[in-house]
Design a binder for this molecule. Sequence first.
Ligand code: AMP
Length: 495
Amino acid sequence: MSQPLRELPPPAPGEDDKPHEECGVFGVWNVTDAAAVTALGLHALQHRGQEASGIVSFDGAHFHAHKGLGLVADNFGSAKIIAGLPGRSAIGHNRYATTGETALRNVQPLYADFAFGGFAVGHNGNLTNALSLRRMLVRRGCIFQSTTDSEVFIHLIAISLYATVSDRLIDALRQVNGAYSLVALSNSALMGVRDPLGVRPLILGRLPGADGGAGWVLASETCALDIVGASFVRDIEPGEVVTIDDSGVHSIRPFARRVPRFCIFEYVYFARPDSVVEGEGVYAARKRIGAELAAESPAPADVVVPVPDSGVPAAMGFAEAARIPFELGIIRNHYVGRTFIEPTDQIRHLGVRLKHSANRAVLEGRRVVLVDDSIVRGTTSRKIVEMVRAAGAAEVHMRVSSPPTTHSCFYGIDTPERGKLLAATHDVAEMAALIGADSLAFISIDGLYRALGRNARDASVPAFCDACFTWDYPIPLTDSAENEAALASQLLGHG
Ligand code: AMP
């Protein structure tokens, strides 16, 4: 007899379990002051998540954890906190989630005591079948402690019939769909995993070991190696599981090999410009994207002005290619968080004003090309265009170093639902009118691929995950009405 499906309890007020997370992960093995090194690594990865951070360390006998809402420096700036996290191995996590999901119980790394010992995990990405798995696990008696999708890893590992930690982890990985770069820590090893398409980044680095041997680092980006003086060893490969213990680094490939689909938006916006991602320096890539944009959509202007900070490298590339002077016409106040952190639309408007001011000396009487990396809701662009005009610009042309964002990301970049994406409901001319620009142009998807050293996007094997621009979701969107709606409209060929 079939059982009625037990639904999840509704989220508590102010909380939802929508999978909207961007994150940074870091881990070390056999390193002196592991927690302090991890705190530094997380600090370098702060751009990947500013809402909360956590560290779990292991001292050879016990696990220790500290988590908090807010920035890494606020949570781990005190010597007393670090002293409470002893050991030569640790993992850490920065979280960036939409409002409502800030509850401390959702802050990672997640930790559990299993029959085989302790296990902590930090996840960057989003699982697309987490709700279905969660329903199955709740039916089997699992008691969830958080609303984060990542918790399914813990329960899948707990119920696995395999003996070793790494076999249990692999058993769990075989059941999840989605994007994930994981760092995990057990009594016997540090582990790192990338999903079969390698949507999110994860790298391996090396540090002098605490015992004179090798010390190892896992991190989302190379900028986290630089801050602790670690050397880059290699990218963890898509579909690879590495287990690091005192005998070295062991690699397993439990999945059939597939054509990787690294997130193209990491190059456009998300990764830090000084990071080298998948062998490609992000700063140089962004400059090339800007140059390509200038070639595709030149603008009659006297000055190129970036929307700081994320628009700066692309604007430099644009200015160089177009032979138009580059000037800092907008100054950013660095003591305010990113606009996206503000929860409501009204506050987001306020956030933009708090964050940017016009440099009148550069703008007055000039024809200005504004370069930004993306238009999502359009809030930032509208405010900036208005501000630049108010400072006396004669013309304002907006150039964007990504194609129109027409679809939400379900793989770990926080994007609003489709209805709130300006490009989902407006064409370029309408968008130009709405943001008040004299002209507006986006780089084409083929131009973006060219700038990243690939030929035009080949639909049979695209080199990247570019679903936010092309609608081509490479991993099934198993859960949620929104996912289903997105798929249905894709199948119907419109929307
Ligand atoms: P909007 O005001 O909604 O159009 O947002 C566009 C601005 O937000 C651009 O300046 C981007 O640099 C930035 N941005 C784009 N995607 C994200 C994201 N996922 N999280 C935070 N900021 C973003």
